[in-house]
Design a protein around this ligand. Structure first.
Ligand SMILES: [Cu+2]
Length: 183
């Protein structure tokens, strides 16, 4: 008949208090970090208007693209040939929207879905990332070749992007089975 005490209650209260204190400290720390970040932005931008710091970041996020490792496996028919390369980006996001070349009547960008390939509108080039066109995946498709490219030939192409200026690149014609990833 003795009334039971509940020792759990005070402990819970203390626990809640501790959590609250930690959260407050964390919020304060974040506030300090944000203030430092903003200060850093303003001084490097050289602008006195606080409101322009956002525009500064957007301007800095210009894509910086580099195209490497371009190749074309020697085609077996004049109907089509594949092209592969890597676009490295040291800036903000961009998109590969098309490829042009004198080697064929037309060129498309293709993605591979399951076993089939289909025409793509564009390929994303992530900020500070890479776009890889490789066998079994995204690729350039040259349709109706004007002449048969032979191993060792260099195929001039021009890549077009959503934001960046066009970039000229060369695809080296390699063995029909060439695949840099299989080594
Ligand atoms: Cu294709």
């Amino acid at each position: 008949m003795t009334p039971r005490t509940t020792p759990a209650t005070p402990r819970t209260t203390r626990g809640t208090r501790t959590t609250r204190t930690t959260r407050t400290t964390l919020v304060a720390a974040i506030a300090v970090a944000s203030a430092l970040a903003l200060a850093g932005c303003g001084s490097s931008g050289g602008s006195e208007k606080a409101g322009s710091s956002k525009e500064q970041v957007a301007a800095d996020a210009k894509p910086r693209l580099d195209v490497t490792g371009g190749y074309m496996p020697e085609p077996v028919t004049k109907d089509m040939a594949g092209g592969f390369l890597t676009v490295t980006n040291k800036g903000g996001a961009d998109k590969l929207t098309s490829v042009t070349s004198d080697v064929s009547k037309s060129a498309e960008i293709h993605e591979t879905v399951g076993q089939k390939m289909k025409k793509a509108k564009s390929f994303d080039i992530p900020a500070n990332g890479t776009l890889k066109l490789e066998r079994g995946g995204n690729h350039i498709m040259f349709l109706e070749l004007k002449k048969m490219p032979k191993k060792g030939d260099k195929i001039a192409v021009e890549l077009h992007f959503e934001k960046s200026a066009p970039v000229k690149a060369e695809l080296e014609v390699m063995d029909p089975t060439h695949n840099p990833n299989s080594h």
